[in-house]
Design a protein. Structure first.
Length: 133
């Protein structure tokens, strides 16, 4: 059984954080640590913000938005009255805006997880100036 990733990938989380650094109120974080014995950075891992105190030498972290957080940030309706839809097409997850007659390709993103599709769409809308940070 494969467990669904709750948050956007590290790459997409970093991209969103670069565009919106003040949006750091996520429930999860991507972290990597330096340990005393190796003095090397370990691989990135996903953690809850409240996962305890680290006693290593160093730590790097980025907010890791989960799907609920992303859906709260995405507008439900755009000015042209198109509405947000998130669905799986059998191959990939799709986050897009559509109206009753058409899909808005300029407001669509595809990814392997629902969180990444929503995160990529939010990034696109910020870059287009549709969503203000």
């Amino acid at each position: 059984v494969t467990k669904m990733i709750k948050t956007a990938s590290l790459e997409n989380s970093k991209r969103l954080y670069e565009l919106a650094p003040e949006w750091n109120d996520t429930h999860f974080t991507w972290k990597r640590l330096v340990t005393h014995n190796t003095l090397e950075w370990k691989d990135w891992f996903l953690a809850d913000w409240n996962n305890g105190v680290w006693d290593g030498l160093g730590e790097q972290s980025h907010p890791a938005p989960d799907l609920e957080w992303l859906l709260d940030k995405l507008p439900k309706l755009l000015p042209d009255e198109s509405y947000l839809v998130l669905w799986h097409d059998g191959l990939v997850w799709v986050a897009q805006y559509e109206d009753d007659t058409d899909v808005m390709p300029e407001h669509s993103k595809y990814a392997d997880t629902p969180s990444d599709a929503a995160c990529l769409l939010l990034i696109k809308l910020i870059e287009q100036g549709v969503v203000k940070v």
